[in-house]
Ligand binder design. Structure first.
Ligand SMILES: Cc1ncc(C[n+]2csc(CCOP(=O)(O)OP(=O)(O)O)c2C)c(N)n1
Length: 634
C-alpha cells in the first residue's frame, strides 16, 4: 500500500488506456503486478476465467503501450482473457461487478465499451473479424492498425484457418498475435499444437545459425558478404525450422517466438510488427497460463474458469450443494454403459472436464477423442464413426453446438446415423452470459427430420435418456442444464424409454402444466403451492420427448383442459411450446383454451447467477405459481 492508501496506485491513475504509451517498462512491470492483484481479488469473489486472464497481463500492457485502442482495433479471441484489458480501458471502477447481474460482462462486448471492438465468447472468430475490419479500414482510406489476439487452443478451430487463408490471400495490413501457452482448457491437442511447440528445434536453430555464420565468415574474401546475405534471410531461415514455416505458407510475415512475460521484449516486437507494411504479420508469443499466481500456474485447467476461492491459498470455496451435477451423472452413466458396449466412443471439442467425459478418458483412452475446439468437425467425425457401426457420443455445450448446425443436418440426420448428442448447459448458464446460454438448441434441432430430442427432467431421467438414446438406430439429442440435479436416487435399473411417451407426474382437473426438462420439478412444486393456497388442482405432465412429441397424451390434454400452461427453459420462438401449438393446431385440437407459454424471450439474456436470470425471465417456481393463479382467475 502506498501513502495514498491504495494498493494499486498506478492502476488507479489510469484514466485512459493511451496513458500506458508514455509508461516506462519499469512502470509497466509495476502496473502488471497491480493488475494481477486486482484480477485475483475480484475473481476470488465472483468466479471467472482466472488463468487465461493472468497469462496475458504483460501482453495486454505491452499492446496498450504500443497501440492506441481509441483508433486501433483490438479483437480478443474468445475474450475470456480480456480482464486486464477491461481494467485498463475505463472499467476499473466497475470491475468488482464482473459477471454479476447488471455488472460488466466476462467477455468483450461492443455495447459495454467503445474499446471493445468486437463481441466474442465463442472461439476462433478473431482473425475473420479482424480481416473484415482491415478491409473496411482500407476501403475507407483510414490507417489504423487491426490486431487479433488468438490462443493456440482457439487456433485449432477451423474458422481461424479460414481467416488465415483469406488474410494471406488478401495481403492486407493485419497483426495476429498468437498467444501460445500450450493449453486449451486442458492441454492443447492435435498435430498443430505439437508443431507449435518445437522448442528443441529452435535451440538447435540458434546453435546451427551461429555455426553457419561462423563458417561463412571464415571463407576468404567473400565470407563476410555471404554472412550478410545469410543474415538477411534470417527470418525465413529461422521460420523454416520453427512454427513460422506454417504461417509463412499462409503468406504471413512471422515474428517470434517471443517471451510473453517480458514487457520490454514484447514492446519491441509489437513495434516491429506494427512497422510491417506489406501484408499480414503473425507475432508468436509464448505465455504461461495463470502466470504470477502459483495455484493457477500449477493447475491451469482448474483455474481456467473457477468459482469462488480463497485468494491467499487459491483453495476453491466448498460449494453448498452436495448433489452431483447433471454433467457428472452423465459422465458416470456413460462409463457404466460403455463398460458393456465397446462400440461407444466419447467425443469432446476441447472440453473433457466441462462435459464430464474426463473420467471416461481415464478408463477408455482408446475410445475417447478430444478433437480440439471444432464442434463442426466433431459432428462429422462422429457421423463417420457411426457410418461404420460405432456409437459416437458427442458431448458438447448447447451454445457451442450451434456451430455445427449444418453438420447435424447434412452429415448426421440426412443419413439417419445413430449419433448421440449430449447437450450440456442447455438453458440459462448464468455468469458467462449471452454468448453461453443454451437458449436455442430445441429450436435448432426439433425441425430436423430423423432427429429425436429428449429433455430429462432430473438426473435420474438423464440416465434413462442416455441409455435410450444409445439404443435408438437414429440420431438423438438429450439436453440437460448446468448445475446440480434435484436429489433423485440414481440406483434405478436403466430403462429404455418409449419414443413419444411422456409421463404424468401429478393428476389434476383444473389446469394442465406441460413442463419440459428442468422446469418439471419447479412446476410440480408450483402445483402443490397453488393447491395449498387456492385449492387449484393442477395436472403436471412431463413430455420427456420434445421430438417425437407425445402426441396421444398431448391430444388428450388439449381435449380435457381449458387452461393449459407450457413451460420450457429455451427460446419460445420455435421451441417446444411452439411445437405443441403447431401440433394442436394441425390436428384441430385448439378450441379456445386459455394457453400460456413460459420460456426464454426473443432477446439475448445477459449475465448473472442462474437464479437471478431465472427471476428476470420469469422461470422460477413462483412465476409458475403466478401464471397458474392468473390462468385460473385467482
Ligand atoms: C466454439 C467454442 N467452443 C468451446 C469454447 C470453450 N472454451 C473457452 S476458452 C477455451 C480454450 C481456449 O484456449 P486458448 O485459445 O488457447 O486460450 P487460453 O485459455 O489457453 O488462453 C475453450 C475450449 C468456446 N469458447 N467456443
Amino acid at each position: 500500500m502506498n501513502s495514498s492508501g491504495s494498493a494499486t496506485p498506478l492502476l488507479d491513475s489510469i484514466d485512459m488506456p493511451s496513458r500506458l504509451m508514455s509508461f516506462s517498462d519499469g512502470q509497466l512491470v509495476q502496473l502488471a503486478n497491480e493488475v494481477h492483484k486486482r484480477i485475483i481479488d475480484v475473481v476470488s469473489h465472483n468466479g471467472g476465467h482466472l488463468a487465461p486472464s493472468l497469462g496475458v497481463v504483460e501482453l495486454t500492457l505491452a499492446l496498450l503501450a504500443t497501440f492506441d485502442v481509441a483508433e486501433d482495433r483490438l479483437i480478443w479471441d474468445v475474450g475470456h482473457q480480456a480482464y486486464a484489458y477491461k481494467l485498463l480501458t475505463g472499467r476499473a471502477d466497475r470491475f468488482h461487478t464482473l459477471r454479476t447481474l447488471g455488472g460488466i460482462s466476462g467477455f468483450p462486448r461492443m455495447a459495454e465499451s467503445p474499446y471493445d471492438h468486437f463481441g466474442v465468447g465463442h472461439s476462433s472468430t478473431s482473425i475473420s473479424a479482424a480481416l473484415g475490419m482491415a478491409l473496411a479500414r482500407d476501403l475507407s482510406g483510414l490507417n489504423h492498425h487491426v490486431i487479433a489476439v488468438i490462443g493456440d487452443g482457439s487456433l485449432t478451430g477451423g474458422e481461424a484457418f479460414e481467416g488465415l487463408n483469406l488474410a494471406g490471400h488478401m495481403g492486407r495490413r493485419l497483426i495476429v498475435v498468437l498467444n501460445d501457452n500450450e493449453m486449451s482448457i486442458s492441454p492443447n491437442v492435435g498435430a498443430l499444437s505439437l508443431f507449435l511447440s518445437r522448442t528443441l528445434s529452435q535451440r538447435w536453430v540458434r546453435q546451427t545459425r551461429r555455426e553457419v555464420l561462423k563458417f561463412l565468415r571464415s571463407i576468404p574474401r567473400i565470407g563476410q558478404k555471404l554472412a550478410i546475405y545469410a543474415m538477411r534471410g534470417e527470418w525465413s531461415f529461422k521460420s523454416f525450422f520453427t512454427p513460422g514455416m506454417l504461417f509463412e505458407a499462409f503468406r504471413f510475415n512471422y515474428i517470434g517466438p517471443v517471451d510473453g512475460h517480458d514487457i520490454s521484449d514484447l514492446r519491441r516486437h509489437l513495434a516491429a510488427a506494427a512497422a510491417i507494411e506489406d501484408g499480414p504479420v503473425l507475432l508468436h508469443v509464448r505465455t504461461h497460463k495463470g502466470k504470477g499466481y502459483a495455484p493457477a500456474e500449477n493447475n491451469p485447467t482448474l483455474y481456467h474458469g473457477i468459482g469462488l476461492f480463497t485468494p491467499e491459498t487459491g483453495k476453491p470455496l466448498p460449494s453448498p450443494a452436495k448433489l452431483p451435477s447433471f454433467t457428472r451423472v452423465f459422465g458416470d452413466t456413460l462409463k457404466e454403459i460403455a463398460a458393456h458396449d465397446d462400440k461407444i466412443i466419447a467425443i469432446t471439442a476441447a472440453m473433457p472436464e466441462g462435459t464430464g467425459t474426463d473420467a471416461f478418458r481415464v478408463l477408455y483412452p482408446e475410445r475417447f477423442v478430444d478433437v480440439g475446439i471444432c464442434e463442426q468437425h466433431a459432428v462429422t467425425f462422429a457421423a463417420g464413426l457411426a457410418s461404420q457401426g460405432y456409437r459416437p457420443v458427442v458431448a458438447v455445450y448447447s451454445t457451442f453446438l450451434q456451430r455445427a448446425y449444418d453438420q447435424i443436418v447434412h452429415d448426421v440426420c440426412l443419413q439417419n446415423l445413430p449419433v448421440t448428442f449430449c447437450v450440456d448447459r442447455a438453458g440459462l448458464v448464468g455468469e458467462d452470459g449471452a454468448t453461453h446460454h443454451g437458449a436455442f438448441d430445441i429450436a435448432y434441432m426439433r425441425h430436423i427430420p430423423n432427429m429425436r430430442l429428449l429433455a430429462p427432467r432430473d438426473e435420474a431421467m438423464l440416465r434413462h435418456c442416455l441409455h435410450t438414446a444409445l439404443h435408438l438406430p437414429a440420431p438423438c439429442a438429450l439436453r440437460y442444464p448446468r448445475g446440480v440435479g434435484f436429489g433423485m436416487p440414481l440406483t434405478e435399473q436403466l430403462r429404455v424409454l418409449v419414443p413419444g411417451q411422456g409421463e404424468i407426474l401429478q393428476e389434476g382437473e383444473d389446469v394442465a402444466v406441460i413442463a419440459a426438462g428442468n422446469r418439471a420439478h419447479p412446476s410440480l412444486e408450483a402445483a402443490s403451492l397453488v393447491e395449498q393456497e387456492a385449492g387449484i388442482r393442477a395436472m403436471v405432465f412431463d413430455p420427456v420427448w420434445l421430438k417425437p412429441l407425445p402426441e396421444a397424451q398431448l391430444a388428450n390434454i388439449a381435449r380435457r383442459f381449458d387452461r393449459i400452461l407450457l413451460v420450457e427453459e429455451g427460446v419460445l420462438a420455435g421451441g417446444f411450446s411452439s411445437a405443441v401449438l403447431e401440433f394442436w393446431n394441425d390436428r384441430g385440437l385448439l378450441h379456445g383454451q386459455h394457453i400460456k407459454r413460459m420460456g426464454l424471450p426473443d432477446a439475448f439474456v445477459e449475465h448473472g447467477s442462474q437464479l437471478s436470470l431465472r427471476e428476470q425471465v420469469g422461470l422460477r417456481c413462483k412465476n409458475i405459481v403466478e401464471a397458474l393463479m392468473t390462468l385460473c382467475g385467482c
